[in-house]
Design a protein around this ligand. Structure first.
Ligand code: MCA
Ligand code: AMP
Length: 499
């Protein structure tokens, strides 16, 4: 039996005594011990009713047990569906209803609140807390370590990752075994990741960056992972002397730069710093090189496509660009209106095609058809420009999107919540430059005639519906929103005014 992804990332390590995980607060864990636990957990999942093709939704704190759950789900033929821990009950309800999983793994504190919604779709709830305890792992020690890996082919679904959209409703990107594996292979070659590497892992593991880019590459290469619960500067500085690589969002790098401990000496043993998920300012790139001698390697990806482009390992890592297409990935720039390729050097819509590109949105054929062309090119919604020597720069977005600290927020989703509140006639949500998060969210509100907007009540209502990172950091009340002659809200004017 072959299981395309499991056989490449996990199975080869069954007898590997090298260390996989180190953590500040726990003993090291070898690859061998990890794989044995994955086998036991695969039994736990099938006992709970998991069948090939079933979705496993997980909203849990970052833990190595959650990584085991990823491996066990793949091994048992399931589809892994992680959710941001910041999502509110209402947000989680949407994903669970849409994805109709067989199993819903959540923090014990959330289990009761989610039971109705799980029941509604016939899902069983299992629990997992930050320490790796809960009904998922309870009694697992007694289960066999050997497990008959379920056969899965290259094109079978491995993961469903939700991304919000300009229309407000989140869409589940269907990622196949080969989507993930082909990208992992390309990245370890390009970034020269080997079993000699130790990655500092401080990203969340519910998104592409921390889960696939960081963990799949480490697993395929047999590298060591220093696993931190979240971004913590002290933990990173104490890990640097034993590590060789770090992957982060730009906020990681601006925060490290703010600390006098970031020096040439502190980073002398490091081989590679990688940045992605949001634009890295050229000034951050330059400042980092001046301080440490390291040139941050910036790459560009999306949930739907994994990684598309990367600056080179050897050769120039050009600040302000996201480098060249990965081997096997085609990038073209088109006119957003006509879909025709733009003349060389001009700005166009970035489209990508390759083995990395997803097969569509879960149960949304119309959305899929809008963004994924029949010829296989995916329309990213990002605007780019290609230099004569093949470096891609992202110069803007055709989609109305804010990226704050590496998390995507679609203004429409926040505006929909605001517009429904008492006293509010309309709203415009936009991003302004922020030194820490890259962009920060601002909401402009217009009151209904004769009404007054209760801002504290607005904040409370937003807090009930939306994850914290989607909350506006500032509200302004206006007489009217600025509009152009077509009636379209001019967010560029708002961005300038409140910069
Ligand atoms: C935390 N807060 C945020 C964010 N993170 N608000 C807006 N945007 C954020 N990203 C809130 C907290 O709830 C808190 O609110 C307040 O901000 C301050 O929190 P702080 O402790 O400073 O934040 P933190 O916990 O240190 O987190 C910041 C962070 C984190 C380290 C930048 O957000 C992070 O790890 N981001 C990585 C995101 C990521 O993995 N993106 C990859 C997506 P209060 O004070 O009110 O409680 S995958 C992707 O984009 C593609 C595929 C790609 O190319 O990689
Ligand atoms: P997500 O939907 O979370 O997968 O986010 C994907 C989006 O993040 C892309 O469409 C880009 O807009 C943005 N992104 C990712 N990497 C970079 C980067 N290096 N520079 C600029 N934007 C990026």
């Amino acid at each position: 039996m072959t299981n395309h992804l499991y056989d490449a990332l996990f199975a080869p390590h069954a007898e590997n005594d090298a260390t996989l995980f180190t953590r500040p607060d726990a003993a090291p864990m070898s690859y061998r011990a990890f794989i044995a636990r994955v086998g036991q957990m695969a039994h736990a999942l099938t006992r709970a009713g998991l069948k090939p093709g079933d979705r496993v939704v997980v909203q849990a704190e970052k833990s190595v047990e959650m990584v085991m759950l990823y491996g066990a789900t793949i091994r048992a033929g399931g589809v892994f569906l992680p959710l941001n821990t910041a999502y509110t009950h209402e947000e989680v309800s949407y994903f669970v209803t849409d994805a109709a999983p067989r199993l819903l793994v959540c923090d014990p504190a959330q289990a009761e609140g989610l039971s109705d919604i799980a029941q509604g779709v016939g899902a069983q709830i299992l629990t997992l807390d930050a320490e790796g305890n809960g009904s998922l792992t309870e009694g697992m020690d007694a289960l066999p370590e050997a497990f008959d890996t379920v056969a899965r082919e290259a094109g079978d679904l491995a993961a469903l990752l939700y991304t919000s959209g300009t229309t407000g409703r989140s869409k589940g990107a269907m990622l196949s075994h080969e989507n993930l594996l082909s990208n992992t292979r390309a990245l370890i070659d390009l970034w020269r990741i080997t079993s000699g590497d130790t990655l500092i892992h401080a990203l969340p593991i519910f998104h592409t960056h921390g889960l696939f880019v960081a963990l799949n590459t480490s697993l395929l290469a047999g590298a060591q992972v220093h696993f931190l619960r979240s971004f913590d500067k002290d933990a990173i500085f104490s890990a640097l002397p034993q590590a060789t690589t770090l992957m982060g969002v730009p906020t990681f790098y601006t925060r490290l730069l703010d600390d006098p401990r970031l020096t040439r000496e502190a980073t002398a043993g490091m081989r590679l710093f990688i940045s992605g998920s949001a634009p890295l300012l050229a000034e951050t790139h330059v400042a980092f090189t001046e301080r440490t001698g390291h040139r941050i390697l910036e790459r560009y990806g999306m949930t739907e496509t994994n990684m598309n482009t990367s600056n080179p390992y050897d050769g120039e890592r050009r600040a302000g660009t996201v480098g060249q297409p990965l081997p096997g990935v085609e990038v073209r720039l088109t006119n957003p209106e006509t879909g025709e390729a733009v003349p060389e050097g001009e700005v166009g819509m970035i489209e990508v095609r390759g083995p990395n590109v997803f097969s569509g949105y879960w149960q949304m054929p119309e959305k899929t058809a809008e963004e994924l062309r029949e010829n296989g090119f995916f329309i990213t919604g990002d605007l780019g420009q290609m230099s004569a020597d093949g470096y891609l720069s992202i110069v803007g977005r055709a989609k109305d999107l804010i990226i704050t600290g590496g998390y995507n927020v679609y203004p429409k989703e926040v505006e929909d919540v605001l517009n429904d509140l008492d006293g509010i006639s309309e709203s415009a949500v936009f991003g302004v430059a922020d030194a820490d998060f890259g962009e920060a969210i601002v909401a402009a509100l217009v009151a209904l005639p004769g009404a007054e907007i209760d801002l504290p009540a607005t904040e409370v209502a937003v807090g009930e519906k939306l994850a914290r990172f989607k909350h506006p950091r500032r509200y302004v009340v206006l007489e009217a929103l600025p509009r152009n002659t077509m009636g379209k809200v001019q967010k560029n004017l708002l961005r300038e005014r409140y910069a």
